[in-house]
Design a protein around this ligand. Structure first.
Ligand code: PXG
Length: 460
């Protein structure tokens, strides 16, 4: 039986009876019912009532090649027929993940040549955490095991990934985090820069917070620093240009590994294959997932730099870690085809040279002047719009986050799917967006902002 046999209200009732959704207030969802997305094509998603929505979030930051790519379905189908599954434990391998690993080594920065697979970004960050601690143990320095992260970081939702992340609400529900993870300030100039402080100086100060944490813990006890090149779920927070090179310098100075979480930024979003390249840094690990398959299959790849993999090979000893689905052949077949599409269509270069700059211009010229907007920012096809009550003072509407929800609801009603994080409106569209799609998004966002302004002014 297919879903077409059910009405929306029937599906919502079944949903409410049986399905616990992720990151959801279940009481609240039962009161309102879920929107059913039933199909998608190109840049559009369609709900059960036939509404077309321009997907400004590429699903959940992942559908980089857009929807309706039959080649990806065919790649999965062919692999399933040939070999649906076999593992890579116990000295076995299957060819597809092997070939994908080679491809990833070609695309990644030069010093990164090895891959460890999982099925999600969270799993991959668990791997990363265990791997860097294992590395230092193999190096004869097991006491070097503290990991430094940032407030508001999002690294996933497993116990280790939640612990690495810096979301206080998630920590409160954890009832005990993985030990030896410390959090420092995030590089978010819009809220944290001091009066008169330049972006450049703020970036250096935010990096200094990492150095201070290293000195406080003792460099001999610190394994690594982890960060998203641009904080995604935390609100598309783009650090000043001074930040990442300074972080790299500090990590090298104190012999601390640099772990980059590119679950959102990987595979073209910033206009390079990896944001490490946009930021000009050389991380020891890069966590990737999402756009590796454009979301058509669950797959993650932790990209491991030569420094770590050399020690693993030279020192030997089993690394007691892995998943049933590490290197799943079907997911890897889809990933290979997805990377081929991104390459053949030149999507990364297009984001860098054409759509990324055009997207930035649209935000600047059409959105930034709106009375509700305190700041717009973007890199590649990843952007944020800060919603404020007072443009000059950056005062927010109260309660915090409520105004962005008003904007978001109007945006959805205008056929524009976008997300609110606190008071930031977020955009992270498929990389297939053209100038015309960006114009269409601009039209819908301006309308949503105008309608929200009318509502919010009435409420004052
Ligand atoms: N790292 C980063 C940087 C992420 O953005 C993960 C790790 C975890 O990946 P998995 O595949 O385990 O979900 C993520 C995931 C949101 C939102 O609301 C963002 C993510 C997931 C769900 C919701 O923006 N990012």
């Amino acid at each position: 039986m297919t879903y077409q046999n059910f009405s929306l209200s029937q599906l919502q009732a079944i949903d409410a009876a049986h399905y616990l959704h992720p990151f959801t207030d279940h009481k609240d969802l039962r009161a309102s019912g879920a929107r059913m997305i039933v199909r998608a094509d190109g840049p559009f998603i369609y709900d059960s009532e036939g509404h077309a929505l321009l997907d400004g979030m590429a699903g959940l930051w992942c559908v980089n090649v857009g929807y309706g790519r039959h080649e990806l379905a065919e790649a999965a189908y062919e692999q399933m027929k040939e070999l649906p599954y076999y593992n890579s434990f116990f000295r076995c391998a299957t060819p597809t993940p092997v070939l994908l690993a080679k491809k990833l080594a070609e695309l990644a920065p030069k010093h990164i040549n090895q891959v460890f697979y999982g099925s999600s970004g969270s799993e991959s960050n668990d791997t990363a955490l265990r791997l860097v601690r294992h590395y230092w143990a193999l190096e004869g320095k097991p006491e070097k095991n503290i990991i430094i992260s940032r407030n508001m970081a999002y690294h996933g939702s497993t116990v280790a990934a939640t612990s690495l992340g810096g979301m206080s609400g998630m920590h409160e529900q954890l009832g005990g985090a993985v030990p030896n993870i410390k959090h420092v300030m995030m590089p978010y100039a819009f809220e944290l820069a001091l009066p008169g402080e330049s972006d450049h100086d703020f970036g250096l100060r935010a990096a200094k917070a990492v150095e201070d944490a290293i000195l406080e813990a003792g460099a001999e006890n610190v394994a690594a620093f982890i960060g998203e090149p641009i904080m995604g779920a935390g609100g598309v927070k783009i650090p000043p240009a001074s930040y990442w090179p300074e972080i790299q310098r500090i990590c090298r100075k104190y012999d601390i590994l640099l772990m980059l979480d590119e679950v959102i930024t990987g595979y073209g979003r910033t206009g390079e294959w990896f944001a490490a390249q946009s930021m000009g840094i050389e991380p020891d690990t890069i966590t990737t997932a999402k756009a590796l398959t454009s979301g058509y299959q669950p797959l993650s790849a932790l990209l491991v730099g030569d420094r770590i993999s050399k020690t693993l090979v030279e020192k030997g000893g089993e690394f007691y870690h892995g998943y049933t689905y590490s290197g799943h052949p079907v997911a890897c077949a889809v990933a290979l085809k997805n990377l081929e599409i991104i390459e053949n269509e030149g999507l990364v270069e297009r984001v860098k040279n054409d759509t990324g700059p055009y997207f930035a211009k649209m935000l600047q010229e059409r959105i930034s002047g709106h009375p509700l907007v305190g700041e717009v920012r973007s890199l590649g096809l990843m952007g944020a719009i800060e919603i404020v009550k007072d443009k000059a003072t950056r005062e927010r509407f109260q309660p915090e986050g409520s105004a962005a929800v008003v904007v978001r609801d109007h945006a959805i009603a205008q056929g524009m799917m976008m997300r609110a994080t606190g008071d930031s409106m977020i955009l992270s569209p498929p990389l297939i967006w053209t100038r015309e799609t960006i114009d269409m998004a601009g039209d819908r966002i301006v309308k949503a902002l105008d309608l929200a302004l009318a509502d919010l002014s009435k409420a004052k």
